[in-house]
Design a protein. Structure first.
Length: 169
């Protein structure tokens, strides 16, 4: 069996290409999933319960659950030989940990007891997360910064709107 840490194919002899395949891509997938997919449950809970402690607990559960799910998903998706994406356990750890980081960032503001303050801080954190994702996409995948920001913000707004809609009912 071939070594999953060996990367072959066009333009794969560059160390940066290997880094992008093995770290940046799985890390970005995790960060995007953690930052965006946890928005709906967190904000739905905040608007439905008006309780920061409950929102915090749902946020932590969402971030941890998403991190575990994404770690297994990435780690079990392929053995890295065919794709050249490196060892599956390493990719799973990268993806799972960045998913957790993405989800926990906008959860932490709900440690505040004032819901309005927590929501405001969480909105700012989400904005920072979305800009960071757009910048990473721009830097490593040569996507226009403007296009990347628009795409990421539209995705984030759709998920956020779903959470507000569901939680506000």
């Amino acid at each position: 069996m071939a070594n999953p840490d060996m990367v072959s194919g066009p333009n794969t002899h560059r160390p940066e290409h290997s880094f992008v395949l093995r770290v940046v891509q799985p890390g970005l997938a995790g960060l995007m999933d953690g930052s965006i997919s946890t928005l709906a449950p967190i904000f739905a809970t905040a608007f439905a319960t008006q309780n920061t402690r409950t929102t915090f607990l749902v946020g932590v559960a969402s971030a941890v659950g998403a991190g575990i799910s994404m770690a297994f998903s990435e780690g079990l998706s392929d053995d890295g030989v065919l794709t050249g994406r490196g060892h599956p356990i390493r990719r799973g750890i990268v993806t799972g940990s960045t998913t957790l980081i993405g989800g926990i960032g906008h959860t932490l503001p709900f440690l505040l007891t004032n819901l309005s303050a927590a929501l405001l801080v969480a909105f700012v954190v989400v904005g920072i997360e979305l800009i960071a994702i757009a910048l990473i996409r721009h830097r490593y995948f040569s996507i226009s910064l403007w296009i990347s920001v628009v795409q990421v913000v539209i995705g984030g707004l759709l998920v956020f709107a779903a959470g507000v809609f569901i939680g506000g009912r």
